[in-house]
Design a protein around this ligand. Sequence first.
Ligand code: ADP
Ligand code: MG
Length: 250
Amino acid sequence: MIEISGVHKSFGPIEVLKGIDLTVEAGTVTVILGPSGSGKSTLLRCINRLEKVNSGTVRVDGELIGYEQRGNRLHELSERRILQQRVGIGFVFQNFNLFPHLTALQNVAEARHSALRKTKSQAYEKAHELLALVDLWDRAGAYPRQLSGGQQQRVAIARALALEPKLILFDEPTSALDPELVGEVLDVLRDLARAGTTMIVVTHEIGFAREVADTVVFMDSGRIVEQGTPAQVLDHPRHERTRAFLSKVL
Ligand code: ADP
Ligand code: MG
């Protein structure tokens, strides 16, 4: 489903990703853990081409992201094609990023209408369904400022789903939330996982990782230090850096 191979990414002189190789199977949940500054967000942003890699490749469903291959050379895709690819890859941010001047329903429906070119009535019908799925059918007319952080994040998840993505990337989806609101968002992620949604989730919620992840990846300083099942990585980490990190977050 997702094949990341030899990805390097620098900002100026600073190399933030130092050769990332990672495979994600369709229908699985991958949780990425790691200290602040280790490159987790940058990796997610390279997958949906919010950032351009310096070298290496990202393939989603066999399709190269950001490039097309002609003969044995890679050519950069047009901005328009890159936007089309990005529509297929959902992204849920730490700070929700809803449009403040649109209601919950409009945030979901307008994304579907403009990006997938569905009719307004089809887009709004589906948006109602998706708000019900995240348990917000009764808040459709509310503006983001009238919603709690947990509700806003659930709207953001519904909006991501409205684009019928092949996979969804979550960048610390609960870390901006008050502790009592974390559970309702993780419940939605759990439902999506159960429904077979392919997801990559950057989070410090170890309990969630243990329960929901098929694969746990530990990153440090721009590299994948280790990966495996939750039992392997969380209970029997092989590397000292993983152990040190886990002892701080557990
Ligand atoms: P994480 O998500 O694991 O905390 P990030 O991917 O956000 O890590 O950042 C990794 C490193 O890259 C950090 O040192 C950060 O300051 C740097 N970085 C991230 N984005 C940019 C950018 N747009 N320009 C310059 N440096 C950046
Ligand atoms: Mg980050």
